[in-house]
Ligand binder design. Structure first.
Ligand code: 13P
Length: 255
């Protein structure tokens, strides 16, 4: 059985002092048991990660942390970039790769996303690989082939053992920050197709272990119904993860 992952993508919000305050509030809203029923993770901006790590490690909080992006390169003359090895050294478990905002606003194509997956794995980080279609693609009925195509391009050349480290997040672009959530059936349709593509390429055992998250306007009010779908194994949460009370409720969704 797959343990659900509830990951908060803070995007470009909160300085390091606000980051500490948010993690503290999340921690004292929840018991260790609640934090162990699911896996909870936060993905702060780069400059907050050290502060979040010090708090989480110092108080042995059962909250994982990671980054929102990493460089496609290992090291060297790449001004402004942050490498996978730097993130690993800080204790990051996860790193978001291929978020639609990176694809849209920073021109990341499948090839770049694939290189970032490679850098994540080379440094022992679990990529949260984001895929998802724009509204025009869904309206044309091509959402399944589009998202499966993004997934297969990003994991090309991986071994099954490497695939075991990957988390996939299905984030329909039209549902991000819009308040327009996919229906549980929409999330299930694509999640099942993504899992099947992994089964076809890497085998049934790898596919059975794969966690597929849903992202796009997830809130405490819609979380449980989406998570009840058999192929949906957690959530990648934007806006609602900035509110400690809301995020704590999301972590408590199985109750
Ligand atoms: P919202 O939850 O704000 O819609 O953002 C979703 C998202 O992009 C998470 O990565």
């Amino acid at each position: 059985t797959r343990k659900p992952l509830i990951a908060g993508n803070w995007k470009m919000n909160l300085n390091h002092l606000e980051a500490i305050a948010l993690v503290q509030k999340i921690a004292f809203s929840l018991t260790d048991e609640q934090l162990e029923a699911v896996e909870a993770a936060v993905l702060p901006p780069f400059v907050d990660i050290r502060s979040v790590q010090t708090l989480i490690d110092g108080d042995k909080l059962k909250i994982a942390f990671g980054a929102q992006d990493l460089s496609a390169h290992a090291a060297g003359a790449y001004t402004g970039e942050v490498s996978g090895s730097m993130l690993a050294k800080l204790g990051c478990a996860y790193v978001c790769v291929g978020h639609s905002e990176r694809r849209q606003y920073h021109g990341e194509d499948d090839e770049t996303v694939g290189k970032k997956v490679r850098q994540s794995l080379n440094n022992g980080l679990s990529p949260i690989l984001c895929v998802g279609e724009e509204l025009e693609v869904r309206d044309a009925g091509d959402h399944v082939s589009h998202t499966v195509g993004q997934l297969l391009a990003a994991v090309d050349g991986l071994t099954a053992e490497e695939m075991d480290k990957i988390v996939v997040a299905y984030e329909p672009v039209w549902a991000i920050g819009t308040g327009r959530t996919a229906t549980p059936e929409d999330a299930q349709e694509v999640s099942a197709a993504l899992r099947k593509a992994v089964a076809d390429k890497f085998g049934g055992e790898t596919a059975a272990k794969l966690r597929v998250l849903y992202g796009g306007s997830v809130k405490s009010a819609n979380c449980a119904s989406i998570m009840s779908k058999p192929d949906v194994d957690g959530a990648l949460v934007g806006g609602a993860s900035l509110d400690a009370e809301e995020f704590a409720k999301l972590i408590k969704f199985p109750e």
